[in-house]
Design a protein around this ligand. Structure first.
Ligand code: N01
Length: 538
């Protein structure tokens, strides 16, 4: 444990992709750095989210850091690695970069206060168990580190076991032969359901919004495929730098509106069967802007999906005739046999739009129709106070004495999705008003972590010890982020992309939705290369 007077150039908070990458790069560049991680191991969300079936939806080799010493020596085993493989990858990063010598585990940063006389942050760990100071703080807390439990009446009277997918016990939960309820059908819910459905004696899914999930194909990475990827890597890497999401594929260059229906159907047929997310993030871009084209894409998805669900009632809940929201405006999952589970006699689905949960009772869940369903286990797959929650849950106090939570309570203001005025020398990656939800952890680590480290090097070289975003700069950025996000069908959905999943949270664009290449222009060409325009340095 770090002693009370320890002081660093930089403290990094969180040991996921961004934290690991940044700690390594900081040390390489001669900064003294220390990382605090609340969990007992590295991995960030891949540490915490150990629910059955947890797996990444971005395929190898795009879902990794690109430093040669880390990728050349890692042997990925599946196209879409599961949680255990990802944990193994983080152990690999730790070995290659010797990270743990500068990490305190089981150490949650609970409060931070800026000292403007000393140009230093004062940090409190585990509610006062220890303290330290740092000139700069880099928050790598990710977008999904504050779990969300919906306010369900009498939630505490249930006598069985309750779990949240992102707070899953590290040594697992016995679900075989038990009666299990799962609330939520987002990415976590879909993955959990499709595993639990094999072992539970009875499984009931409580769905509010259908997930327009696409079929995942997940072959093992054979030796020959690995070799092929190794040879193609320079090209793949180049491609990843050019694409919207940092993938090795991009939206179709042609507009759907300029094609015939036959052409589109042929294209959809191809994209639907890639086993990845191509039918969403590799389709015609105007499908996400034009309602008629969007309805057509939904109808295509629905026709494919209905063929797999024999139970007519379940089919209408999972893939209704009227689209629940424009196709692709909520996070689309990849699934493996998810829909087929609903053909089994021991699997049921409740449509919460028609029949909401009214309360928990000691033996289970009562719905609005008065029916009580009995369970041994209730699983909350209800998501997160996404994007901002990981930051606002820390008591971060800025130069004027206000807390970041108070500053953002009525709307998020950041400059370039990495800094916020009144909070000097504070940076965040994979957070609000950045490509976050439309990017991957590794791409955020390298693009944003890389930018922060260059900024710190610049300050050191110029003899600056304080940097702060200006209010006009963050106002302009907020306006731009919202303008981009509102140009299209995305705002029509009730999604965490806009804070809509948390009651009372302001409805606003939480992501920069113009893709990595545009974002890089902003952070480099319009800012760093112009002497860090939009910041005050001293
Ligand atoms: O959370 P979510 P998640 N009553 O917010 C429902 C990443 N991720 O943990 O849609 C009943 O998406 C809610 O319903 P609705 C990924 O980016 C990635 O699944 O709001 N239900 C929804 O169905 C993902 O998008 C991977 O109507 C309620 C669910 O709970 C993000 O993390 C795996 C409710 C929450 O879904 C978050 O995913 C896992 C209520 N009061 C996660 N409140 C992979 O890479 C909410 N819900 C594969």
């Amino acid at each position: 444990m770090v002693g009370p007077l320890e002081t660093y150039d930089v403290v990094v908070v969180g040991g996921g992709f961004c934290g690991c990458y940044s700690l390594h790069q900081l040390r390489e560049n001669g900064f003294s750095a220390h990382l605090f991680e609340a969990g007992t191991g590295l991995g960030g969300i891949w540490h915490w989210n150990c629910y059955p079936g947890a797996r990444v939806d971005t395929e190898v080799p795009c879902y990794q850091l690109t430093s040669p010493e880390t990728w050349e020596t890692y042997r990925w085993r599946q196209r879409f690695p599961g949680r255990d493989e990802l944990k193994d990858y983080f152990r690999h990063l730790d070995r290659v970069w010797d990270l743990s010598r500068d990490i305190s585990y089981s150490s949650r940063v609970t409060a931070m206060e800026w000292n403007d006389a000393a140009h230093q942050w004062h940090l409190q760990v585990n509610n006062g168990e220890s303290y330290c100071t740092a000139r700069h703080v880099l928050l790598c807390t990710g977008f999904a580190s504050k779990p969300y439990f919906p306010p369900i009446k009498n939630a505490d009277v249930f006598k069985g076991e309750t779990y949240h997918t992102s707070l899953w016990p590290q040594n697992g939960v016995k679900l075989d032969g038990r009666r299990v309820a799962i609330i939520g059908t987002g990415a976590s819910g879909v993955q959990c359901i499709q595993e639990v459905g094999y072992v539970a004696s009875q499984m009931t899914v409580f769905q509010r919004t259908p997930n327009t999930a696409l079929p995942m194909e997940n072959p093992d990475v054979t030796d020959s495929r690995r070799e092929e990827l190794r040879q193609q890597w320079p090209e793949i890497k180049k491609q990843m730098d050019l694409t919207f999401a940092g993938f090795d594929y991009e939206f179709v260059s042609k507009k759907a509106a300029e094609t015939t229906k036959e052409e589109r159907m042929a294209m959809y047929e191809k994209l639907f069967h890639t086993g990845g997310l191509h039918f969403w993030l590799g389709t015609y871009k105007d499908v996400l802007f034009d309602q008629d084209l969007n309805d057509e894409a939904y109808a295509f998805w629905r026709a494919k999906t209905l063929k797999r669900i024999k139970n007519k009632r379940a089919a209408e809940i999972l893939a209704p005739e009227i689209p629940p929201h424009p196709f692709g405006t909520k996070r689309i999952s990849l699934e493996q046999g998810f829909f087929e589970h609903f053909n089994k006699p021991n699997v049921d689905i409740v449509n919460l739009r028609e029949n909401p949960i009214s309360e928990l009772v000691p033996q289970g869940i009562r719905t609005a129709d008065g029916v009580i369903r009995e369970f041994d286990v209730i699983i909350y797959a209800t998501g997160f106070d996404s994007i901002t929650g990981g930051i606002t849950q820390m008591n971060i106090r800025g130069a004027s004495g206000q807390y970041v939570k108070a500053k953002w309570d009525h709307g998020v203001y950041t400059y370039l999705g990495m800094t916020t005025s009144d909070f000097p020398n504070l940076y965040f990656t994979y957070g609000p008003q950045a490509p976050t939800a439309f990017a991957t952890g590794p791409s955020s680590a390298e693009n944003q972590g890389g930018w922060v480290i260059e900024c710190l090097k610049y300050m050191r070289q110029q003899g600056y010890t304080r940097i702060e975003a200006t209010r006009p700069a963050e106002e302009n950025w907020r306006e731009h982020v919202n303008e981009v996000a509102n140009d299209g069908l995305f705002p029509k959905a009730e999604s965490w992309y806009f804070g809509a999943n948390i009651p009372g949270k302001p409805r606003e664009a939480l992501n920069y939705m113009n893709g990595w290449p545009e974002y890089r222009k902003w952070i480099w060409d319009n800012c760093a290369k112009k002497g860090y325009k939009g910041f005050t340095l001293s």
